[in-house]
Design a binder for this molecule. Structure first.
Ligand code: ADP
Length: 547
């Protein structure tokens, strides 16, 4: 017989976050910058009350515990309320990415079995087109108030009216901490999107860890503005982390850099997070207008590798960079780079090298690299292999899948190739399908791209492998010039020659007006490979010298 300890049983359930915020940080602000430019203010007290009203409204629609409530919306306070309202009544919150293709949207909502959809007016046209393809969705609720021509399609509820009919006298639905609370689909770069079903427990453990100093470093003194959509891996968990700390939360439906800079200054934002593409446009904006990002102290860059030049730029502006790696399947935080002991003794270059890698795991995440036979490889800072991960906020099995996606020891194959360093840092070499296989060895497309954007005049770069008769694949580098720049291929090539091994140098450099991005703002290598499927190097028999 198991003998239990004598401490309290306190299931790790998500609604405890709102209860805590309401009780301890009731006046704590949640600011919403709406798509039309309006800025509104709410508090955790009001959000908790409205979430209770919404839970009642869902029950009035006969929605039951465990059923899926979807959102198709940008970041704002009503969306936040809806997260907690849906989970509070025992439902599963399904955040849908509106940037997916309509076939994917069709697949996702039907696969999830969504019964209710809450959406932004901005997506009303999309919703109308999708309605015939979503037979399971019985109720449509528009977040925007019904003024003038806005407020959703005819017959749909407006969020404020829908919840106003209820008094908020409601007790959250209780249950086991391992019950599901949220569902998020990966963007499906290959095959159909796959659903990751988060639990109350996994979400709370992830929250407790990510607020710490080595990750988001959030406290009651912070003002955080995630520039990550709430449908992208739950805005990296920031809407859970804010009520845990009582920090001020600023949500914006508009990601244009001018709006961001204004919010940074006017709301006193200290912490922000986003993918490199977002920071790229922000840096360009600041450089061309001279606008300043106010009191911004820390940015977390993740989702794709943060280029060295970007890390340098932030440091030169007195802003700390945390470089995070993770995926929808890891809730999403897997690692983050923060200053280690001995930081002050490191040279400038050493510090940038350190942050250019993808950081260290927090307690709760375990990593290993293996070869193609599954044999563990050394953590020597040189050897690279398939990156496996496990831990209490890492996926076990995709939603509705018949089988686990892990091996018998719970290791999940991330699809990334990485090197583990003796100091505990991780270096993502590439996604296994993006790595350029040249003469039996690997060229990291990430490293080539990051080196290229360090060249003055290059705004963005992407490297893909092109079939080559002798070397199997060789790199093609596609560059977007910075506004006003006339940088040429020879200049970039000379610059790269000082940064990467000679045999890594691209066989060709082409200029494009823009590069394709995925629904989560990352370079879409798959689209690029399709676009350049028939591309051939001018001299495909070219010898590639090795250093
Ligand atoms: P998708 O990009 O398929 O929508 P995710 O948003 O979950 O799915 O992306 C996870 C992937 O993004 C990781 O497996 C990894 O390839 C990449 N990634 C995330 N963070 C980083 C980083 N800091 N550096 C390099 N790659 C990263």
């Amino acid at each position: 017989m198991t003998t239990l300890g004598a401490m309290q049983h306190w299931p790790l359930r998500v609604m405890r976050l709102v209860d805590h915020a309401e009780r301890e940080h009731g006046d704590g602000e949640v600011v919403s910058a709406w798509a039309d430019g309006l800025v509104t203010r709410s508090t955790w007290r009001k959000i908790a009350k409205d979430a209770r009203r919404m839970a009642q409204a869902l029950e009035a629609l006969d929605i039951k515990k465990g059923e899926r409530i979807a959102t198709l919306a940008m970041n704002h306070g009503s969306h936040l309320t809806a997260w907690y309202g849906a989970i509070g009544m025992g439902g599963i919150l399904h955040t849908i990415n509106p940037r997916l293709f309509e076939d994917q949207l069709d697949y996702i909502a039907n696969h999830a079995g969504d019964r209710v959809l809450l959406y932004d007016q901005a997506f009303a046209g999309l919703v109308e087109r999708m309605k015939p393809r979503w037979p399971g969705i019985e109720h449509y609720i528009c977040f925007d108030p019904p003024t003038g021509s806005s407020g959703g399609a005819a017959g749909d509820w407006a969020f404020a009216d829908w919840i106003a009919a209820h008094d908020g006298n409601y007790t959250w639905v209780d249950g086991d901490e391992r019950e599901p609370c949220a569902l998020c689909y990966t963007s499906g770069t290959t095959g159909n999107p796959k659903g990751v079903l988060y639990e109350h427990r996994s979400t709370l453990l992830h929250t407790l860890v990510e607020i710490g100093p080595d990750i988001f470093n959030l406290s009651k003194r912070s003002v955080v503005l995630p520039i990550v959509p709430m449908f992208h891996a739950n805005a990296w968990g920031i809407p859970w982390a804010a009520p845990a700390t009582g920090c001020k939360l600023v949500l914006s439906a508009d990601y244009r850099p001018a709006t961001m800079c204004r919010l940074f200054r006017e709301e006193g934002v200290t912490h922000s997070a986003g993918v490199p593409t977002i920071w790229l446009t922000m840096i360009e904006h600041i450089e061309s207008t001279g606008e300043q990002p106010g009191d911004l102290k820390q940015v977390t860059i993740g989702g794709s590798a943060a280029p060295r030049a970007m890390i340098k730029w932030f440091r030169n502006h007195g802003i700390d960079v945390g470089h995070a790696w993770g995926m929808t399947e890891t809730s999403p935080i897997g690692t983050c780079g923060a200053r280690p002991l001995g930081w002050e003794a490191m040279t400038d270059d050493e510090q940038i090298d350190y942050i250019s890698r993808q950081g260290r795991v927090p307690f709760g995440v375990e990593l290993r690299i293996v070869d193609d036979e599954g044999v563990e490889l050394p953590r020597d800072g040189h050897t690279s292999g398939r990156l496996l991960v496990r831990g209490p906020w890492v996926i076990q099995r995709y939603f509705r899948a018949a089988e686990d996606s892990t091996d018998a020891d719970c290791w999940f194959d991330t699809g990334d190739v990485a090197t583990l360093h003796p100091d505990g840092t991780v270096q993502i070499t590439d996604r296994s399908k993006d790595v350029i296989k040249s003469g039996g060895e690997w060229i990291s497309s990430i490293d080539l791209e990051n080196a290229a954007v360090g060249c003055p005049g290059v705004a963005e770069a992407a490297a893909i492998g092109i079939a080559h008769p002798k070397w199997d694949e060789r790199p093609l580098l596609l560059c977007v010039r910075a506004p006003g720049s006339e940088v040429c291929a020879a200049t970039i090539r000379n610059y790269l020659a000082g940064q990467v091994a000679k045999w890594w140098l691209p066989n060709a450099i082409e200029f494009v007006d823009e590069l394709p991005h995925t629904a989560t703002g990352k370079l879409s290598k798959k689209t690029l490979r399709d676009q350049f499927r028939d591309y051939r190097f001018a001299d495909a028999t070219d010898m590639v010298g090795r250093d």
